[in-house]
Design a protein around this ligand. Sequence first.
Ligand code: 9PG
Length: 520
Amino acid sequence: MTSIQLSEIQNKSKIIKARELAIEFTSTHIKYYRHGWQSWSLASWTDLGFIPVQKPAIFHPLQVNAEYVNDQNPNGSWLGAVEFEDGNILLLGALSTDAHVHLVENQLSGRFDADDGEWFTAFGQEDVVFAEYAEQLGIRLGKLNKKEAPRIWCSWYSLYTAIDEEILYKTFDMIGDQPFDVLQVDDGWQVKVGDWDVNQKFPSGMQALADKIKSTNRKAGLWLAPLLAVKSSKLFQGHADWFLRDERGHFVSAGFNWNEQLYALDTTHPDVISWLVALMQQVRAWGFDYLKLDFLYAGALQGKRYKNMPREAAYRECLQVLREAMGSDAFFLTCGTPILPAIGMCDAIRIGPDVSFEWENYRNAHLLYNPSTPETKNAIRTVTHRLWLGSLLHIDPDVAYFESKENSLTTEQKNLLQDLAYVCKFKATSDLPQWMTKNEMDELRLFLNSNPVIKQTGRYTFQINDRKVDFTPALSLPAAKTGLLGLFASLLAWLGDRHIVLHFFRMLDDRALRKRRNSL
Ligand code: 9PG
């Protein structure tokens, strides 16, 4: 292990090559910057104490870096930082994939999984230090020549999986001349996750769907989760040898969703690569040129691969294959993606959890301590801590809301989301014109048409044109529960790992969705 003193970098940042690097400091530190592994994992300045392990555990492969989830010391993926009493920070960040950072008492240390690698380290003012780190990442991983990000309507946050041809065509018509550049079809068009053929809700097929969108003079966008499959899919049933296993030969869990167990493809297997290339070509041939590829963490899970290589390096290679197969003229948004390996490989990256029509969900936030589940507060918290990525590629904070019909967010909360979109310079919504008042449609148009001047004035404060905005209300993290409530929380966490409980909640969700669809 290479070891240095903070005093050695006090005046100038350093790049040091090492498998393991430790920086010792003597001044009193007060906060730690935790950087979660993938889009939905928590990124935040936190206190130095223990943070309860998020639950249910069945979701760990899908929400965090499962290898480190039980670690008691503050830690994070690729980078970490400490804040001192005087407001200065010390940052340690890897300049390539497959690395993790820990804080143990007065020592910040980083370690590459496999080999030596470059570490960037700097001390000073937060914005300056992060900007310099981003610049060094850009030199090594690639930096986008950023044009304006497209303005997107996405089907997820209103219709969820209850999409079908009739409702989408109607919605596209009703969107009229709202200034969107992309209409993006999300989850719900496919037969199954893994079986990427059109389902019976779209009798005219995928090419007709893309044509319909393009007839409105916009780009056609499509969601896929190409790196995993549900257990019941033909893909998994027919090609078990394509899926990632552990050292003992057991399939690696990619989590649980769509009411099923998920498994991850081994993207280093030559047949998997050919299959992925063909899939990307198929989607382009249908006519889609904006691709939201989701649940991408599945490509970087721990396991024994066909080609023996570090898991994030394998994932990055896979992104390169996907990028080349879809063509450089497609717009590529990565979602549920490990952050660092995606830099230089895509146009845009989701940098936080999903938003939802709720500000905070008591069960998920306060009893399951889960900062990754869909919830507006979760989304704002993590996104405000990853804005530094904006100098490298487009950063997607997820959608903003304007409608009030199917929504429990207050006007202030909706405004905060809209302001976050301005700060990220990435604007999207899922709102259905069917639900919106004339006023709300006007607000949406104004939002899509404005490009306000943004100035950061503090860690969480901004000036948007002449308005002051403060994201602090979204940042607090719930404390661990004790006593009876703590006991109840543990019971809930246990229940949350049972398939039968998850099936039950899924049934309730599906019923509510059907009702929503039928009311349109
Ligand atoms: C489609 C959706 C939307 C959405 C994506 C992703 O359990 N989870 O933590 C969890 C997080 C996010 C998520 C689903 C589950 O949503 O972010 O925009 O495309 O998939 O299924």
